[in-house]
Design a protein around this ligand. Structure first.
Ligand code: C5P
Length: 408
């Protein structure tokens, strides 16, 4: 998978630098083009010549070499590389990278690079656990860099704890994973989230307790899986996730319109929105004044968006949610059949650690055909990944059952 890829390894000044010789060698053997840049401190641990012999390429250390032959090395290295691996990454490197300090070739190259960066920190346990280091790691992670957790074991300083550079095969596998084909690449996924808002008058509305969290996590997981994602959201306090098309709606009727507009062009719909079953028949044009002792609102049924999709469905995978407070499996199964779904994610919203507003969920998936899959309590992000894996499986199976002939 790494054949023809350009891998740039940044080696900083830690004792574990010697292990990276093995990492470079593995990349080289797998057919990748490998270049190494080192900080001056790193050259105290391993000679640049060693990396040069292993990779067959000159090793870059100095920002300013021979003035007569000066070329902008950090830019050309950054342009050349498909991925940068920093191993071992010292606490000093993490601090500099987190704050945009560019005082040598390696840190300058990082700033000039806009593709995937993988960082393998290795240091003494106390240095690793120091809040300064932890905050720097958090910053780097938030910017999309992948951090490889250090291993636990004996450290060069004579102590034992978390801080060891992971083994070369593990680092190799993490880089390989970056280039692995993503399970939803080339697919278009529509996700709905949040609760709908049904107007009573210009000030009040009928809403529900949905936070939008489950749907937002599903949309994020679909983006990470390589899909083109449309997230149609009702009410939610959450910030729109990145790298997707975000459509904000209020009423169920608006959500229906937005969903139908996209339906023909998508491969799957995951309907996690809490859509109001009823809306006010005649919302007041002006704020209702409190004059009478009682107030009666006449409600009419909203369209069932998912049920409609179930009748329109061609090859799309359809996933629904069933938030229940009793007879979970029975009700969920009924919805699965009525709405012509591929699977339904059911949960008891009254259970501890499940349902509205909380970060975890306890779900059961019921498949078309009756098979039931139960999950332990897990974060909504983890459950989202499971749901996305299953959608990808179904889309993959479709390909197998209906292979396109050569003329198509
Ligand atoms: O029938 P019930 O509302 O419990 O079904 C829940 C599932 O149907 C959810 O996936 C929800 O997003 C969807 N739904 C819908 N339109 C409605 C009500 C629910 O698409 N009016």
């Amino acid at each position: 998978m790494l054949g023809e890829k350009n891998i740039l390894i940044g080696v900083t000044g830690g004792i574990a630098a010697y292990k990276v010789v093995e990492v470079a060698s593995r990349f080289k053997k797998s057919g990748a083009n490998v270049k190494v840049m080192m900080t001056r401190n790193a050259t105290e641990f391993v000679s640049p010549r060693t990396f040069q012999e292993i990779t067959g390429n000159a090793v870059s250390v100095e920002m300013f070499g021979d003035a007569a032959n000066f070329h902008v090395a950090h830019i050309s290295l950054a342009n050349w590389a498909d991925v940068i691996l920093i191993a071992p990454a010292t606490a000093n490197f993490l601090a500099k990278a987190a704050h945009g300090i560019a005082d040598d070739l390696l840190t300058t190259t990082i700033l000039a690079f806009d593709k995937k960066i993988l960082i393998a920190p290795a240091m003494n346990t106390k240095m690793f656990e120091n809040p300064a280091t932890q905050e720097n790691l958090k910053i780097l992670k938030a910017r999309g860099m992948k951090i490889l957790e250090p291993a636990i074991g004996n450290l060069a300083c004579g102590t034992s704890g978390k801080g060891r550079l992971p083994e070369p095969e593990e680092i190799f596998a993490a880089v390989e994973k970056i280039f692995a084909p993503k399970i939803l690449s080339g697919k278009k996924i529509l996700v709905t989230a949040g609760g709908t808002v049904e107007a009573i008058d210009p000030v009040r509305y009928i809403g529900n307790r949905s936070s939008g969290r489950m749907g937002f996590e599903i949309a994020k997981a679909a983006v990470s899986a390589g899909a083109q994602v449309i997230l149609i959201s009702g009410k939610s306090e959450l910030a729109p996730p990145k790298n997707l098309k975000f459509v904000k709606v209020e009423a169920a009727t608006q959500m229906r319109e937005a969903v139908l507009k996209e339906f023909d062009s998508v491969d799957a719909v995951i309907m996690s929105a809490a859509v109001a079953d009823y809306r006010v028949k005649n919302p007041a044009a002006q704020k209702i004044k409190k004059s009478s002792e009682t107030l009666t609102l006449e409600l009419v049924k909203n369209p069932d968006i998912l049920k409609e999709l179930g009748t329109l469905k061609k090859s799309q995978v359809l996933v629904g949610f069933a938030a229940e407070t009793q007879n979970i499996l029975e009700y969920a199964n009924k919805k699965l059949v009525e709405k012509n779904l591929d699977f339904i994610v059911a949960n008891d919203v009254t259970a501890d650690g499940a349902g509205f507003g909380v970060a975890t969920n306890i779900a059961t998936i019921i498949w078309r055909g009756g098979e039931v899959e139960t999950f332990d309590k897990m974060s909504k992000a983890a459950l989202a990944e499971k749901i996305i894996e299953r959608v990808a499986d179904l889309l993959e199976k479709d390909k197998k059952f209906f292979p396109l002939n050569d003329n198509q």
